[in-house]
Design a protein around this ligand. Sequence first.
Ligand code: ATP
Length: 339
Amino acid sequence: MAAVLEIEGLQKTYRSRRRGTRRALDGFDMRVEAGQVHGFLGPNGSGKTTTLRTLLGLIRPNGGRMAILGQEVPAALPRVARQVGAIVESPQFFPHFSARDTLSLLTGAGGVPERRVTEVLELVGLRERAKDRVKTYSLGMKQRLAVASALLKEPKLLILDEPANGLDPGGIREMRTLMRNLSASGMTVVLSSHILGEVQLICDSVTIISLGRRVAFGPVSAVLAQHSGGGLRVRLEAVTDLPVAADLLTRSGVRVTPQDDHLLVYGVDKPSAVTRTLAGADLFVSELAPVEVDLESVFLELTGTAPVPGQHRQVDQSVVLGERTGSAPSDSAAGGWGV
Ligand SMILES: Nc1ncnc2c1ncn2[C@@H]1O[C@H](COP(=O)(O)OP(=O)(O)OP(=O)(O)O)[C@@H](O)[C@H]1O
């Protein structure tokens, strides 16, 4: 599959006299395939905005390479800029202008045909309110107007930094529908977000960044599968038998985490070994199912540990088989910590 966006070994260190030196990106890698909705996730201060701003030529990196639609940036930005729509900061609109006037102003400035105004208003679901003043819009409508402005050029790649920030559940749902419609039209969307449930619903693939380094990437389903830990949820016909079952399974060499009404069992080669061990002691399994994880638990597992000065989580838990696996040192591939 063709990469619409490629970042390799990106480095960015901020230096200021007052705040000293701060390494925001520490050899960061990212790859987004054509036609995907790609979630870009990371805790506050992990380097998402720095990455997006660097990609758009707003910040100068200290090292690494970046390409958009196969063209090296920032050198090729003047050529590819027309094919990239981006919102990396909350756009400000004239409150007394309508959405239509706002977009018409932008088409005039950007050499975009006027017919695009009606098209993008339709796309973002603002056609009915297009003549109303922006000051009467909800936050969700303003966000969709921002997306509309980024869509005017008919970009191939749309980059959105926190498009659902501050939205209520209704606004989030509208934004979700919009992302799905854009994806269905063939556009590649890169979406930075803290709303992990949404990302899991909307995105085909994700990159997780922590302390300026990629700690996971790949199709959402593969990232989840990789972090399920191969665990099994085991229920018994009689809850009172759980302690005995836990003891038996532990002695058989697997790891057991007892829960209120079931056991979580890890390190099992074959699920049938669990049923056999328990049946041998007249304990009968009523449920044996893989442990399902969500993106939030994976995110917390990979990024939730407090940063240690001088240390970075070095693991690149890449799951796109056959792709390059990033710049993480091979000796840390088992999920440990490196310096
Ligand atoms: N202009 C700047 N000068 C100095 N340090 C900066 C500057 N901009 C960002 N940083 C620092 O770089 C690091 C990465 O910040 P960045 O804004 O890229 O993170 P982020 O992942 O976008 O965070 P958030 O989710 O809070 O928006 C942080 O430690 C931040 O304090």
